[in-house]
Design a protein around this ligand. Structure first.
Ligand code: NAG
Ligand code: NAG
Ligand code: NAG
Length: 511
């Protein structure tokens, strides 16, 4: 036997030994599932998923149940998708929920799986059958809202229940702990991100919270208020909403130096909706070209947001100019899906409760004490996250029709006040001009609507390079498929410096 051949045999033997300790194969997913004891998780399903058109990496998909609570009958159902070791990027990611949750966000799971992440996501600790299929309605009993453990799991705790065991299972699969752990969520998922920072600060290396509904109880109040102020003759039909946005853009689009149908910073736009009142100079008296006094007053109220009837103190910020075209959801859909169900099921325990009776004083106090305490995550002090070395990126669309865009700005100021100054070493807010709720806004299809914040937080965590800009790609308008844009850490905004307006490199963050 020649030396070369002997050496070859030795290598093969070493490889076999190493292989024994190497990752499980995705093809052996079911066999692996029987090897996950000791995690407290019951595996409900395990399947090998070969590469296909939408799942571009061969995957081991597990469905598990992790019990929580004192009564012993509550559980979070979650899925954990493990990409083949060859395509695995060494990072563990948990993704959050939307709305009232109750379902597993598999679409977001697969998007990130395709990037090489081992990804988990859960149902937030209750089933969709307990929340009317994901959306409440007036007079409908929502069982999860009557189970205190499920209420607290929904936003505050469910991610923390599933994360350690899911991470442990991922570690067993690759026979190696993930190098980093990240969380990303939008809307309710953004609120879950703030809850992680506030209540479970050591769990993740990096958190991305988008369009955060972290002041959930008052977000529900803003839905109620906006619905109440647009009743009857104050109703703003779609034509009126479109009219307002067009007038806003005509006045303020070019403040940022580029005429692109988008406001870079709506706070700089000095627009008075009274200029559209029928009879004002430039209006015609045609109802699709002007607003009645009641409509003007309704729009003003939506811009200012609800206030405490006793003190006049703001209860939630109002909406920004340029966001009007999607306000229709504020005039009915959201109050029925969220505010009325929360008041009827959780605050008044009366399915006949008439929300028109809501007392914008005493009832606010009751809401804060009994509901806010269980579902909000608004602490101005997130220093424990900073102390644990965590990094957090928040994104908020200026044209988000659900969440008033300036709420995350207000909360940023609270964090700064609490920590005595700049928090940019561990927390950064990126505002998205023309951005909608968790993606594109209907009036701004030209705006790149995929925000690469997870890449940015991973780079921050792994290299220490804090994000000074974030890339946005993939506008809803397919005719602008190659357009990119630059998101800036607030209060900086993007300024055009010449060149191709569809290229993010033509902009610099200034301010
Ligand atoms: C768990 O048990 C409690 C107390 O018996 C009950 O009120 C609750 O409805 C149960 N929850 C579920 C999800 O079965
Ligand atoms: C009102 O204005 C709209 C839009 O400019 C136009 O289509 C419509 O014909 C006008 N109606 C009247 C009665 O002038
Ligand atoms: C429930 O609300 C309705 C409507 O506001 C009211 O008439 C009724 O008295 C309430 N029921 C209870 C038990 O408070």
């Amino acid at each position: 036997m020649g030396v070369g051949l002997l050496f070859g045999f030795l290598l093969a033997a070493v490889a076999r030994t190493l292989n024994h300790h190497a990752s499980w194969k995705v093809e052996d997913c079911s066999k692996f599932a029987s090897d996950t004891g000791g995690t407290g998780v019951t595996i409900l399903d395990a399947a090998y998923i070969p590469q296909n058109a939408s799942i571009t990496i061969p995957t081991c998909r597990l469905v598990g149940r992790v019990p929580y609570g004192e009564k012993g009958n509550n559980s979070v159902i979650f899925e954990l998708w493990l990409p083949s070791v060859e395509k695995y990027n060494g990072r563990f990611l948990v993704v959050g929920n939307g709305g009232m949750a109750g379902t597993i966000p598999t679409q977001v799971i697969t998007l990130n799986l395709n990037q090489g992440y081992a990804v988990a996501g859960g149902n937030a600790g209750h089933l969709a059958s307990e929340n009317n299929g994901g959306s409440g309605a007036p007079g409908v009993y929502l069982p999860y809202m009557h189970d205190d453990e499920q209420v607290r799991a929904w936003i505050h705790n469910s991610i923390a229940y599933l994360t350690p065991p899911a991470r442990q299972i991922a570690t067993a699969f690759y026979r190696k702990a993930p190098k980093y752990s990240y969380y990303e969520g939008c809307s309710t998922g953004g609120a879950q991100g703030f809850a992680l920072a506030q209540f479970h600060p050591g769990l993740f290396d990096g958190i991305v919270a988008k369009g955060p509904g972290n002041w959930y109880s008052h977000l529900a109040l803003s839905f109620l208020y906006n619905a109440q102020v647009t009743q009857g003759s104050a109703f703003l039909p779609q034509t009126a909403l479109d009219l307002i946005t067009q007038a806003v853009l005509a006045k303020c689009d070019t403040i940022d130096g580029v005429e692109d149908g988008v406001l870079e910073n709506p706070l700089l736009c000095d627009f008075d909706v009274a200029s559209l009142e029928c009879g004002s100079p430039g209006t015609t008296g045609n109802s699709s070209e002007c607003l009645t006094p009641n409509q003007v007053s309704a729009a003003r109220r939506i811009y200012s947001g609800p206030a405490d009837a006793r003190s006049g103190a703001s209860l939630y910020p109002g909406f920004s100019v340029g966001s009007e075209t999607e306000w229709m959801v504020q005039e009915g859909v959201l109050v029925e899906a969220f505010s009325i169900p929360i008041l009827q099921n959780m605050l008044f325990d009366n399915l006949s409760y008439d929300a028109a009776q809501f007392d914008w004083g005493a009832d606010v106090d009751a809401l804060d004490a009994r509901i806010g305490a269980r579902i909000d995550a608004v602490s101005p002090d997130l220093s424990q996250l900073a102390a644990a070395g965590g990094k957090m990126i928040v994104l908020q669309g200026w044209a988000d029709p659900l969440n008033a865009a300036t709420w995350p700005i207000e909360h940023l100021r609270q964090l700064e006040a609490s920590s005595g100054g700049d928090v940019g070493a561990w927390f950064r807010l990126f505002m998205i001009p023309g951005g909608g709720h968790c993606g594109a806004a209907s009036h701004y299809p030209q705006v790149p609507a995929v925000w690469h914040a997870l890449d940015a937080v991973a780079r921050w965590v792994e290299t220490g390079h804090a994000p000074t800009e974030i890339l946005a790609t993939d506008p809803a308008d397919e005719g602008r498929a190659g357009k990119t844009s630059k998101l800036c850490p607030w209060p900086r905004t993007a300024r055009f410096r010449g060149g191709n307006v569809n290229d993010w490199n033509s902009f610099v963050c200034e301010g």
